[in-house]
Design a protein around this ligand. Structure first.
Ligand code: CTP
Length: 296
């Protein structure tokens, strides 16, 4: 009888102790919340939050600043950017052969500072299976594309499924620059050169074009459309890393035309950067480039 009473009071005591401990812990957390400066509290909660992962796909053929600007905007819509580089076969099936093969396009996309991960051989359209893979394996929250329509050969929208799933976001396409446009400029160069060399320019056009002659003819010899990309000082700082060389930095200088910026340029810049601590790049102006290559 006595031992039964003791057991009961021990149980009551234990319950009281546990309840007390829970109350003290709750009180401490509340005090921490109230006492912590707002920004530190926000940082703490943000760290706990899962990063927003966004996916952008594309051909990235003859990569240009319009593509880089698209990647910059896509990255700004999340915390991590995963980029799908479309396979050669898929590009051929959907819009004609690319100028640059997949491995070169991969080098270019990988070199962009806003890109966190790259998926090789991505499909041209967001299929049901691929979308599932993006969500389940790559933890993608949103699929991003420029605000130009992306229509498949059968007339349907390549991003229809993502839109229906409510997981699609759009960025503003950079007007006045495109791979087709660049091919057009190249053709104009070829035509000028072939005329000055008194050769049959149409045979050269055939040799270089991939079905883009019509666009060149439409624009005439006056050149291509004017780019609407505004390189304000704020935007230029975003594209650069904003860092100057340290006091003892070994500064490497490299210059060039960097015309039709390609995987070879990326590689030489990477090697040059490895020779020192800071890489300064000089870009020849159009006049200098023309002197070197008078027919363009
Ligand atoms: N993009 C852009 N501005 C451009 C060109 C492309 O914002 N001037 C965007 C596209 O909307 C897309 C991504 O970059 O989200 C990849 O584009 P890509 O598949 O390479 O092809 P295109 O849109 O056909 O671009 P281009 O004509 O230059 O090949």
């Amino acid at each position: 009888m006595i031992s039964e009473g003791k057991e009961q009071s021990a149980r009551i005591l234990a319950t009281c102790l546990i309840a007390g401990a829970v109350m003290v812990a709750g009180f401490s957390l509340l005090t921490l919340y109230l006492a912590a400066p707002n920004d530190r509290w926000l940082q703490w909660t943000r760290k706990k939050k899962k990063p927003v992962r966004v996916y952008m796909d594309g051909c990235f053929d003859m990569m240009h600043y319009g593509h880089c600007n698209a990647l910059r905007q896509a990255r700004a819509l999340g915390d991590q950017l995963v980029v799908g580089v479309v396979s050669d076969a898929e590009i051929i099936a959907n819009k004609g052969p690319p100028v640059t093969p997949l491995h070169e396009r991969m080098i270019m996309v990988n070199a962009v500072k806003w890109v966190d991960e790259v998926i090789s051989d991505a499909p041209y359209a967001i299929t049901k299976d691929f979308m599932k893979k993006l969500f389940d394996e790559y933890n993608i929250d949103y699929i991003i594309h420029g605000d130009d329509p992306c229509v498949l050969p059968d007339g349907t929208d390549a991003y229809e499924l993502a839109k229906k799933a409510g997981r699609y976001k759009q960025i503003k396409r950079t007007e006045g620059v495109s791979s087709t446009d660049i091919v057009g400029r190249m053709l104009l160069c070829v035509r000028e050169r072939s005329i000055s060399d008194s050769h049959n320019h149409s045979s050269l056009q055939r040799q270089f074009s991939h079905g883009h002659n019509q666009k060149v003819e439409e624009r005439g010899s006056g050149g291509t459309r004017v780019s609407h990309f505004l390189p304000t000082s704020r935007r230029i700082v975003q594209f650069s890393n904003g860092k100057g060389p340290g006091p003892d930095a070994r500064i490497i200088y490299i210059d060039g035309a960097f015309d039709l910026f390609h995987a070879g340029h990326v590689e030489i810049l990477r090697i040059a950067r490895g020779l020192g601590d800071f890489l300064l790049v000089g870009i020849h102006n159009d006049q200098t480039v023309r002197l070197k290559n008078p027919s363009c």
